[in-house]
Design a protein. Sequence first.
Length: 282
Amino acid sequence: MKNSRLEIEAVGARLGAVIHNVDLTAEISDGEKDELRRALDDHQVIVFPEQDLTPDDQKEATRIFGPLLPSDTFFDHLDDDPEVEIVINDENTPPTGTAQWHADLTWAAEPPGGTSLYSRVIPKGKGDTVWASMTAAYDSLSDKMKVYLEDLKVVHSWDMGFPGRQIIFQRGGEHYIEHKTANPPIAQPLIRTHPRTGRKIINANPTFASHIAGIPQPESQGILDFLLSLSARPEFQYRHKWREGTLAVWDNSATQHMAVDDFFPEYRELTRVTFGGHGAPY
Ligand SMILES: [Fe+2]
């Protein structure tokens, strides 16, 4: 297929767009790459249907949005390639780690600017992914609340009780200690400014944000519970129904996401590549 002019179709009010008329295995011009980066900034989640991608093709397509980041989460790496993780759910591996709101690796010193996920095997009509815009959530706050939150720091911790930690633990205590030592809890601004769009973001997610620093614990819990309840509001969400051969690319700074846990024990397989370029959130 020859690349024709890109068509960007917004599919949600606050986030989500489908990109038509592009074959990600063909030559993509610099102008089109700029257009795709703009589409990601504007829509936060963009999906490319009907693609036939090898893992190398997925890496190449992901490089449009930023430098690839080798990633060491609880997913296995495909063919020992540190830049491609394989996400498999089946009867032995329920989607517990991914089926709760999170942004990827927010406990890292430099979290990914974004992630690409390519669907290889999908249980028909199930296993959707839902994203929530944390810029839209921020915009909904009162001016008084925005002032209160402005200078607070939130601690992101890999070692919270999220299910992926159990998988690392099962690989051996030494591996767990190594991972924990390499990834200490990290204080970040609760309200972060997006490095590309300048929009403000609620920089917290219930999987990795343990507490707000410097305020009493009940207050921290109450504020976090309120802020994180906003991602449940449908007007801030985009829900993607997967078909095999779709690449989704999302802005990991501006959004949270979760897999819908409705397909266990059916088989679901995706490959995942993360990219940087947003810097450290401080
Ligand atoms: Fe994720």
